[in-house]
Design a protein around this ligand. Structure first.
Ligand SMILES: Nc1ncnc2c1ncn2[C@@H]1O[C@H](COP(=O)(O)OP(=O)(O)O)[C@@H](O)[C@H]1O
Ligand SMILES: [Mg+2]
Length: 489
């Protein structure tokens, strides 16, 4: 039985009940899968029995939340509140209006839920209307770096480099699709049968990829790469053991002295992270242009213009490539150009920029060794379609790039800067390089962690003179190799 105290509440509950049936039968995305029969016998107003199969644990402390109640109250609210008006209110006001109305409906429907479950249901309803539905608790969790939705009922997260399955579930494919739809429409894209793969970004900067049937065979899937607010700092990297003090000191001086740096490594080795850290050494008076496929860099300097490529639209038009952006950036009077990841022909324009007064430019690329990074650059220059002879390409590279940093994620899961290599010049047709710092691997310990130590190789780099000329007081003692046996870590 319903306990209704005032006429206004009665109206809401009656309206809610009526529209509940309508809402439950409505299936606006039904073209993607056969419509499911909905059991309306459990609707808010006429049944108090929670449906066992719909109870999911979605709070981190393991508390059961009744998904079905979230759905019921949400749908009742669709009509009880003018949601289009609520959504356009300031966030706190919208939340409090929804919270108030949802609590009232729950109370009036006499839901057989504990006080704490009620709170979670109300929270769930808020998230359905204003946020990302059941993903919201994961998005609020700062330890989550990736959220991977394999299916509506299978959601994994990555925490501290480890993948774990969560108890988070969507109700069904449509529910998941509604959230995907909200995310992508927010950035002016759409996802449907004619464009079943889409990239988007959350307002906090997290990157989203969604792919739906018919390409995804088991229903819509979504991958979210979180934008980590508390980025790692150079000190963090030293504490984690990704780099040592001497290397970090030399690196800071290299950036300040405006040497051109290429950060090389595989996917997820920490290239963007180190690029961010390095950019922190750039002075606040320098004008910086950043170019990315998907903006991830967070520069602290005041004088920054951020550019991002644009994919082609549904008609296959309107694409703006990194190459066009690099060319354009040179007309913007930059002191430094930072390219998130060089992948193609823009490598040529980048090297030309490095060679013509835009010293101190930084970029990352995908390669496994410093030598491999050079070959990648050669390949990418060829993609520019200029048919440059090999020797011209190489001398372009040798004179543009000063330093290559090699990053590696080793089998113990740790990321390390395994090499700081100076590009010195040409000997005949060959680019000469000299390693200045390296991680010397000694083996594996009993728990499977890689053992080894960072050390200078003993080579004093040619760039040392440049560092000094540009005001750095780096001591040559930093280039002394570690005396192994005494203090090898
Ligand atoms: N030195 C490090 N130690 C531990 N984790 C790191 C380190 N560098 C980066 N990470 C983490 O690894 C993930 C991938 O880093 P990212 O810089 O995006 O890699 P890439 O650009 O090479 O794909 C991020 O979650 C980041 O916080
Ligand atoms: Mg990256």
């Amino acid at each position: 039985m319903l306990i209704v105290n005032d006429p206004c509440s009665l109206l809401i509950v009656v309206l809610a009940t009526k529209l509940l049936e309508h809402a439950m039968n409505k299936n606006h995305l039904s073209n993607l899968r056969p419509a499911k029969k909905v059991d309306t016998s459990t609707a808010a107003a006429d049944g108090h029995k929670p449906v066992e199969s719909s109870v999911v644990r979605f709070s981190e402390n393991g508390e059961a939340v009744d998904n079905e109640w979230i759905k019921k109250i949400h749908e009742a609210l669709l009509t009880a509140l003018d949601l289009s008006r609520v959504i356009n209110m300031p966030a706190d006001k919208a939340r409090s209006q929804i919270r108030e109305a949802a609590t009232k409906l729950l109370n009036e429907a006499n839901a057989p839920l504990s006080a704490s479950t009620r709170q979670l249901v109300v929270r769930g309803v808020e998230n359905e209307i204003l946020g990302h539905g059941p993903l919201e608790p994961l998005l609020e969790d700062p330890t989550v770096s990736d959220i991977l939705v394999n299916r509506f009922d299978s959601v994994y997260v990555e925490r501290k480099g480890k993948l774990v399955e969560t108890n988070v579930k969507f109700r069904d494919d449509d529910h998941l699709l509604t959230i995907i739809d909200r995310i992508v429409s927010h950035v002016g894209r759409r996802v449907d049968e004619s464009s079943p793969m889409v990239d988007a970004r959350l307002s906090d900067g997290s990157r989203v990829n969604a792919i739906i049937p018919p390409l995804a065979l088991d229903g819509p899937a979504m991958s979210i790469r979180r934008f980590i607010r508390d980025k790692l700092s150079m000190n963090d990297l030293i504490n984690i053991g990704s780099i040592n003090d001497a290397m970090s000191e030399v690196l800071g001086a290299i950036v300040k002295a405006q040497l051109n740096i290429i950060v090389s490594g595989g996917t997820g080795t920490g290239k963007t992270t180190i690029l961010n850290i390095l950019s922190g050494y750039i002075g606040s008076t320098e004008r910086i242009i950043t170019i990315e496929d998907s903006a991830e860099l967070q520069l602290q300097q005041p004088h920054v213009v951020r550019l991002e490529t644009r994919p082609e639209n549904i008609e296959g038009k309107g694409e703006i490539s990194q190459r066009e952006l690099v060319k354009n950036s040179l007309r913007m009077r930059p002191d430094r150009v930072i390219i998130g990841e060089v992948r193609g022909g823009e490598a040529l324009d980048m090297l030309q920029a490095m060679n013509t007064g835009h010293d101190g430019s930084l970029a990352t690329l995908h390669a496994n060794t410093p030598r491999d990074a050079i070959s990648r650059l050669e390949n990418m220059i060829s993609m520019a379609g200029l048919q440059l002879p090999m020797s011209a390409m190489r001398s372009q590279i040798a004179s543009a790039v000063d330093v290559i940093l090699q990053l590696e994620r080793m089998e113990d899961g740790k990321r390390r800067i395994t090499s700081l290599t100076e590009v010195q010049g040409m000997e005949g047709d060959i680019i000469t390089m000299s390693e200045i710092f390296a991680f010397n691997r000694t083996g594996l310990d009993e728990v499977g962690d890689v053992t080894g130590y960072f050390s200078a190789t003993g080579v004093v780099p040619n760039f040392h003179e440049k560092l000094k000329k540009r005001g750095s007081d780096i001591s040559t003692s930093l280039y002394k190799p570690k005396s192994i046996g005494l203090d090898a870590a």
